[in-house]
Design a protein around this ligand. Structure first.
Ligand code: CUA
Length: 319
């Protein structure tokens, strides 16, 4: 088992901080949130003061508050001016957040919401998938990345609060969202639309790299995983795992569940809910219904402890 410190570093970015923007597509959202919160609080205080005067104030004050002038100023002019200004400011502040089409040769990734995980496909300039992954997104820091958001089943919502506002994933529709991390780091995300059973356990991780480290990561991903054979690989293929999961370079080509080609290099398991190591891999295989009740992977209780360890070791080796 990892140490406390190890666990902490693996799960860094979780739960995602919501008021700590880390890029140009989340900063306006946070600014707007603060303006609404502070402005709303000030207005609430004024209304409470007026209520206090109405209930307990002296005669002159109460008369003034109940007069035509106060009604026209406080009840008509003030809301019209404030709401109009807020609308114009809000629209101009967030106008660049709307992504409508790819720009130039920016990096594109398709993220598909599934019950209850995220399918990730890195795309070429023509929008075709180059390689697949799950529950984790690697991006270069300091540049925008265009996400194409889809759903395979019900409505989910993609939310990495430090990098962008929420965007729904709607079946039959493709929504675009730009994200950018100004600095390398790990940024947590979470499905933000109730999508049934384990919705709360539908987490996500974005890892922003320096340009050099991103290029290395990409080159490693373009290569198929190193062929690791042995007992674990045999058991994986003979026990039904390959009907749902794909591992590039092997006979496993199932498309139902997450692509496992490089599962050993992922930070988390079960869509952001567990640190990834041999112990949690074995626990997930044998007992995922206890860890994430209702998820679509059945418990694999038929493995002996030795077999379970062999399968977990095989998956762990897929870097
Ligand atoms: Cu997916 Cu909530």
């Amino acid at each position: 088992m990892p140490t406390e410190a190890g666990l902490e570093s693996v799960m860094r970015g979780w739960p995602p901080p919501v008021l700590d923007p880390a890029g140009p597509y989340s900063e306006p959202v946070t600014l707007l949130a603060w303006a609404l919160l502070i402005g709303g609080t000030l207005i609430l205080l004024v209304v409470l003061a007026a209520l206090g005067i109405a209930l307990w104030g002296g005669g002159a004050l109460r008369r003034r508050l109940g007069g035509d002038r106060a009604i026209w100023l406080g009840g008509v002019a003030f809301p019209v001016v404030v709401l109009t200004a807020l609308l114009i400011w809000g629209l101009s502040l967030t106008s660049h957040l709307q992504a409508t089409a790819p720009r130039g040769d920016e990096m594109r990734v398709r993220v598909t919401g599934e019950m209850w995980w995220w399918r990730v496909a890195y795309l070429d300039a023509g929008g075709r998938a180059i390689f697949n992954d799950a529950n984790e997104l690697h991006i270069p820091a300091g540049q925008p990345v265009l996400l194409e958001l889809d759903s395979a089943d019900v409505i989910h919502s993609f939310w990495v609060p430090q990098l962008a506002g929420k965007m729904d994933m709607i079946p039959g529709r493709r929504n675009l969202l730009r994200i950018q991390a100004d600095k390398p780091g790990t940024y947590g995300g979470q499905c933000a639309e109730y999508c049934g059973g384990p919705h709360a356990l539908m987490g996500f991780v974005v890892i922003a790299h320096t340009p050099e480290s991103f290029a290395q990561w990409r080159a490693a991903r373009l290569a198929p995983p190193k062929p690791a054979g042995g007992r674990g690989a045999e058991l994986f293929l003979s026990s039904g795992c390959a009907a749902c999961h794909a591992i590039r370079g092997t006979a496993a080509n199932g498309l139902v569940g997450p692509d496992l080609s490089h599962v050993g290099s992922r930070r988390t398991l079960g869509a952001g809910i567990l640190p990834n190591n041999r112990g949690t891999l074995a626990g997930w295989i044998a007992d995922s219904q206890t860890i994430k009740p209702g998820n679509r992977m059945p418990d694999y209780k038929q493995f002996s402890p030795e077999e379970l360890n062999a399968v977990a070791a095989y998956l762990e080796s897929l870097k």
